[in-house]
Design a binder for this molecule. Structure first.
Ligand SMILES: *Cc1c(COP(=O)(O)O)cnc(C)c1O
Length: 455
């Protein structure tokens, strides 16, 4: 598998590329997979091997890897106007049109949009907006940010501080003032005998207690993914958002929905907040926004934050923030096309059509004695490996069970992602039912092989 000869793609990758979020022992052992192209939901490596990508790239390539409409939109815009910024009172026509479209498809009756190059930067920008607002409105202490354990909000110093994962301690993060509430994962964190309803009440009580302890006048905002993604695909416990939103409202704390994964169809509706029946104060979008064809993020502000931020900016005559490529015309043209493709060319419908098949496949694999639960929503799901199904006891960490499953899948020609002791699936919206069958058949063989070795 791993070609160690000095001119192999594997060796060349190792020689000059510094890996991020990569299990280095696995790479050492098996070599980097160097890819050349894709077709529909399949990708191909330098040796001509085909892989069904069960993760849509990194959640984002929802229209597959060769969507002609998207590549045509990109080419046409590169020919017309290949780059511009959005500073100093200038912006491209594409930027104007995308903002209109994003507000139109948002759950807000009106609003405004600010662009970034990534989801991390969009979260970072939202935090700066909230800090700016606190200062401008005479509440300079209103700076603390509430998120949850297992949340994933990105990797910049601020968004990593919001991310509730232990690995950030290697950077000396989180920064002060970033508070992580409990993860609303009932199966894992529910107490003996506690109903799901009671569990949700406990989550809400913790929020209430935290606000009382810290002081509402010190808290700038609460950020939440409608379904936690990189934390292991964790849908909220029943009634979670209905329980917490009134508490936040009562204390004047904005609720920001990080819809970087859930936005544009992943859970079966345009927005995850639609699926979970709440309207946040702002939405963070990225990933699917361009169907992965361009790096872009967006902060979509609801009416209240729009009005307050507009007034605060006018008071000092500008909002001193922005990225060189914010609102890039090619990114905007691609996003406009991607939104159209997802919403009007049958992709969102296909998510709904495929969801029952996805759920059936997951439920069938979850019958395995070493799968503790399957969880998910729409076309995002996870299978949690356990050493003991009754006690939910995880495997010994040294077994690297989810890495083994992912590697066994790769051997079968399927890409899926290990996350903790879970394996994550989030197929592209262009999957066919037979590709769904192919994904589950390959995963089933991989699971059987690995559990026969470790269980
Ligand atoms: C991926 C992700 C981010 C970060 O986006 P980047 O483009 O990688 O910076 C933020 N929030 C959520 C929910 C994500 O899944």
């Amino acid at each position: 598998m791993n070609d160690n000869s000095p001119n192999s793609w594997e060796s060349r990758a190792d020689a000059h590329s510094f890996y991020g979020f990569t299990d280095l022992p696995t790479v050492k052992d098996r070599g980097t997979i160097v890819l050349t192209h894709g077709k529909g939901p399949y990708v191909y490596d330098v040796h001509g091997r085909e892989y069904l990508d069960g993760n849509s790239g990194l959640w984002n390539m929802v229209a597959g890897f060769d969507h002609k409409g998207l590549t045509e939109a990109a080419k046409a815009q590169y020919d017309r106007f290949p780059g511009y910024h959005a500073f100093f009172g200038r912006m491209s026509d594409q930027t104007v049109m995308l903002s209109e479209k994003l507000v139109e498809v948002s759950p807000f009756e009106r609003g405004k949009v600010f662009y970034t190059n990534s989801g991390s930067e969009a979260n970072d920008t939202m935090v700066k907006m909230l800090w700016f607002l606190g200062g401008a409105e005479g509440h300079p202490k209103k700076r603390k940010i509430l998120t949850r354990v297992n949340a994933y909000h990105g990797v910049t110093a601020v968004s990593a501080s919001m991310t509730g994962k232990p690995y950030n301690s290697v950077f000396g993060l989180p920064l002060d003032g970033f508070i992580h509430l409990s993860c609303p994962h009932y199966w894992r964190f529910g107490k003996d005998g506690e109903t799901e309803q009671r569990f949700t009440q406990r989550m809400a009580q913790e929020l209430e207690d935290t606000i009382a302890r810290e002081g509402a006048d010190t808290i700038a905002g609460f950020f939440a993914e409608p379904v936690m993604g990189a934390g292991g695909v964790i849908p909220p416990s029943e009634g979670y958002f209905q329980a917490i939103q009134p508490i936040l409202k009562k204390h004047g704390i904005p609720l920001i929905a990080d819809e970087v994964i859930t936005g544009f169809g992943r859970t079966g509706n345009t927005w995850g907040c639609e699926t979970y029946d709440f309207v946040p104060d702002a939405i963070i979008s990225s990933k699917n926004l361009t169907a992965g064809f361009f790096p872009m993020g967006a902060v979509i502000l609801g009416p209240d934050l729009t009005d307050h931020l507009q007034a605060a900016a006018e008071a000092i005559e500008e909002f001193p923030h922005g990225f060189t490529a914010s609102g890039h015309p090619v990114g905007c043209a691609i996003a406009l096309k991607a939104i159209d493709v997802v919403m009007n060319e049958g992709l969102l419908d296909n998510v709904r059509t495929l969801t029952p098949l996805f759920e059936e496949g997951m439920a069938r694999l979850a019958e395995n004695p070493n799968i503790g639960e399957w969880r998910g929503k729409g076309l995002m799901g996870a299978l949690e490996a356990v050493a003991d199904k009754d006690t939910k006891k995880p495997f010994d960490g040294s077994l690297s069970v989810s890495e083994r499953i992912a590697n066994a899948c790769t051997d079968q020609g399927l890409i899926c992602r290990p996350l903790g002791q879970a394996v994550v699936l989030c197929p592209a919206f262009v999957f066919t039912p037979s590709q769904m069958d192919e994904m589950f058949a390959k995963l089933e063989r991989a699971l059987k092989g690995v559990f026969a070795d470790v269980a």
